[in-house]
Every structure is written in structure tokens, then in C-alpha cells.
Design a protein around this ligand. Sequence first.
Ligand SMILES: [Zn+2]
Length: 58
Amino acid sequence: MGIRLIRCKHCNHVNKFGARTCSYCFKPTSFLNRILFWVILAVGLGMVVYLNTDWMGR
Ligand SMILES: [Zn+2]
């Protein structure tokens, strides 16, 4: 639960979210797989920075 699965556009095999290559045919996965990974990472880091910054409360 909660884990995004990305379907390979070449062989339709379901890969783990964030996988750079298909685990079945070893072709590169969609770039969306990696973009979403970085977006989520950036949002996560942004939240940490936001919660640790007191620019609003000063
Ligand atoms: Zn594949």
C-alpha cells in the first residue's frame, strides 16, 4: 500500500516506483518515473526546510 508502481512502456511489466530500468526487459523506464521521484523528494525536503525555518514566526 502507498507504493506507486510504474508500468514498463516496452513490455508492460510493473516496476517499482523510482526504478531507472525495467526489472524484466532492462530497458529504461519512463522519465516520468524519475521526475515524480524528484518532485516528491523536493516536496519532502521543502517541507523539512519550511518546518525548520522561523521566517514567518519572528
Ligand atoms: Zn520492460
